[in-house]
Design a protein around this ligand. Structure first.
Ligand code: URA
Length: 429
């Protein structure tokens, strides 16, 4: 039991730019989780942390205190090493879907505890739930059994894992304090450390469609998380990856499952394949497996077999047709030229407004809703050619989705040059 403190004393210490002591951190995190510190007091503290930051010791202690509010999982009984990936969230980011079965097919177990989408970024569980019968909730025993048998699990984090984070994340969401780097880093890493993975690869997104809009802020977040992981004995590296442009050619739940299956079948958009392989190589290296080439495993079809077994093990039918939306609307190119910009935030907002995402926790999402784009930056387009297709079950959603795409793409005159950004911008270890 942490030494008792007073909530106002802790808030004032951080408000005045001080560093919180270990015992203040232990107390306030535990007392907030138990309901002794009130939401309005934690809101004030979260805002003081956003404004004044935390040093490395404070963030490490805050993370440990959040882990201590719940259970820790243990995968040491498995016959193979474990590696997990966490993305800070982006538009069209379906990478977990091909990545988890691919890495499992390479001999490393992937315990992937995932979340649901909130706002313009999609959630992996929402995507998988567009597969008939698939269920996200597993007990810890089911998860362990599936990891041993199939090698990959994508499921919802149980309520027992870092309950402090669940409460604090919901509070941050409604108090303008999501963007605090110490709070993002401790939120993500408390769950990953409590989950008990041996190796962790962080995909820190940078650009308009990401939390972190600049390379400098993404580097700071990545370095904070890598230090937290390493201090806790988890082999952790981070890739900083581009999220100015959305990933692949689709954003939306079933649309992204379809694209992921194309990747597992040996096709799919080049950027999705490239990022999947880059993250797979890091996960395998982190788990100590250096004699398997994930590109060969992808080409061999064994990752597709693992995908099918992974979906079936959680009640899903991998052969069932994916749902499609009832209505669609095509946006065509108004002129000949070169597409030089497709903004991730604009596409993410459009997909959300079409019904692929939710406005509040607990809202239902539409499986078939979303956006397909038929050209990527750098592609030449001709007048009248389809540029984007919008999908939804409710046609009255088109107007607001189209409004969010206004100014979200740009066609330069024919022959214009385009300088593509690499998908992986930096690596932090
Ligand atoms: N994802 C999380 O789990 N927590 C954050 O604070 C931000 C993104």
């Amino acid at each position: 039991m942490a030494e008792p403190h007073d909530a106002v004393e802790v808030i004032v210490a951080k408000r005045d730019g001080g560093s919180l002591s270990d015992s203040q951190v232990d107390w306030v995190v535990d007392a907030y989780t138990r309901g002794v510190v009130a939401d309005e007091q934690m809101s004030a503290l979260a805002m003081a942390i956003l404004l004044n930051g935390m040093d490395r010791r404070e963030v490490a202690r805050w993370t440990a205190a959040m882990i201590a509010t719940g259970e820790r999982m243990d995968f040491s009984s498995l016959s193979r090493p474990t590696a997990d990936k966490h993305s800070t969230g982006g538009v069209g980011d379906k990478i977990t879907l091909p990545l988890a079965p691919l890495v499992a097919a390479c001999g490393v177990a992937v315990p992937q505890l995932s979340g649901r989408g909130l706002g313009h970024t999609g959630g992996t569980l929402d995507k998988l739930e567009s597969i008939a019968g698939w269920r996200a909730a597993l007990t810890n025993e089911d998860m362990l059994a599936q990891l041993e048998d199939v090698g990959a699990v994508v499921c919802a984090a149980g309520a027992g894992l870092a309950p402090a984070d669940k409460k604090l994340y919901a509070l941050r969401d409604v108090t303008g304090t999501v963007e605090a780097i110490p709070l993002i880093a401790s939120s993500i890493m408390s769950k990953k450390i409590a989950e008990g993975t041996g190796a962790l690869v962080l995909d820190v997104k940078v650009g308009s469609g990401a939390f972190m809009k600049t390379l400098d802020s993404a580097r700071e977040l990545a370095a904070t998380m890598v230090a937290l992981g390493q201090d806790a004995g988890v082999h952790t590296v981070a890739l900083l990856t581009d999220m100015a442009t959305p990933l692949g050619l689709t954003a939306g739940n079933a649309l992204e499952v379809r694209e992921s299956v194309e990747v597992l079948a040996g096709g799919g958009p080049a950027d999705v394949v490239e990022l999947t392989l880059a993250l797979a190589r890091e996960m395998l290296a982190g788990a100590g497996v250096d004699d398997v080439d994930p590109a060969e495993v992808l080409a061999s079809g064994t990752a597709m077999d693992t995908w099918r077994r992974m979906v079936s093990a959680q009640g899903g039918d991998p052969s069932a047709p994916l749902p499609t939306a009832r209505e669609s609307h095509v946006v065509t190119a108004p002129t000949d030229g070169v597409l030089v910009r497709l903004d991730a935030m604009a596409v993410g907002l459009a997909a959300w407004r079409l019904g692929a995402g939710r406005a509040r926790q607990g809202d239902a999402v539409q499986a078939g809703a979303g956006v397909e784009w038929h050209a990527r930056p750098g592609d030449s387009v001709a007048t009248g050619q389809p540029l984007l297709t919008l999908h939804t079950d409710e046609p009255d959603r088109f107007a607001r989705a189209l409004a969010s795409l206004d100014g979200g793409w740009e066609i330069a005159p024919p022959g214009s040059s385009y300088d593509p950004s690499p998908i992986v911008l930096d690596r932090i270890s």
